[in-house]
Design a protein around this ligand. Structure first.
Ligand code: DC
Length: 225
């Protein structure tokens, strides 16, 4: 594979993109970059500063100036990187329910997407990267060498989120998670700019009927082709 190799993985929430992307990057010796965390960081910063996620102008200004640092993990607590904003480690804070509830609204703003896409493209074009998101193969890096669209039914994805929450010691309601997954799918796939959809040249993998190892083997063979 060339040094400039770019692997794009897109798909809906909880389809297993992060697990797959992280494993692929580790196995290929590439950088793993989850672009969702940037949208989450803007959302967290919005709420932390007492702003409303509905205030498009203010949220866009934050996205344009956000002092975000993404570095190698400094704790072995399941994180794939450290995310520091305003001097605070927000790696787990960006997974809180308030962020989940507002991130799709923030991610639909054109100014926010423009600001974050520039940063994502700059990182991606260095190559040797596995970039995960919703619009990597369609908008951020249409020149990617391998494009994977990882899908799974909403029911299966909700069940995975439910299991993850319990494993981290939290409590959860499966029906409520399913409602939220459906709502995020609706917003992500119907927004006017960079909606969630497979690139015309993406390979679709349905993880409903495959376990994590099978998904990984299938994706790795595409990368090595
Ligand atoms: O993958 P995730 O759940 O962490 O993504 C959080 C939100 O960010 C989700 O609503 C979709 C959005 N997102 C996006 O619009 N474009 C990306 N490239 C990555 C995430």
């Amino acid at each position: 594979m060339s040094d400039l190799c770019i692997i794009a993985i897109d798909g809906p929430a909880a389809s297993g993109k992060s697990t797959l992307g992280f494993r692929l990057a580790e196995s290929l010796g590439y950088l793993y970059f989850d672009t969702g965390l940037m949208y989450r960081a803007v959302t967290w910063l919005t709420l932390a500063r007492g702003l409303s996620a509905q205030d498009e102008a203010a949220v866009t200004r934050l996205a344009e100036d956000m002092p975000i640092e993404v570095t190698a993990p400094s704790f072995e607590d399941g994180r794939s990187c450290d995310i520091v904003v305003d001097g605070q480690d927000i790696t787990w804070k960006i997974r809180q329910p308030e962020v989940d509830a507002n991130v799709s609204i923030v991610a639909a703003y054109s100014g926010v997407r423009a600001a974050l896409t520039i940063q994502q493209r700059r990182i991606g074009l260095r190559g040797r990267v596995v970039m995960v998101g919703r619009d990597i193969g369609t908008v951020v890096l249409p020149e990617a060498n391998v494009k994977i669209y990882l899908d799974a039914s909403a029911k299966e994805r909700a069940r995975r989120r439910y299991d993850e929450t319990l494993q981290r010691g939290g409590t959860a309601d499966l029906a409520e998670i399913l409602t939220k997954v459906n709502e995020r799918d609706r917003i992500d796939s119907t927004r006017a700019i960079a909606p969630l959809k497979p690139a015309a040249d993406a390979v679709l993998i349905d993880s409903d009927k495959l376990n994590a190892d099978q998904v990984f083997e299938k994706a790795l063979s595409l990368c090595k082709r």
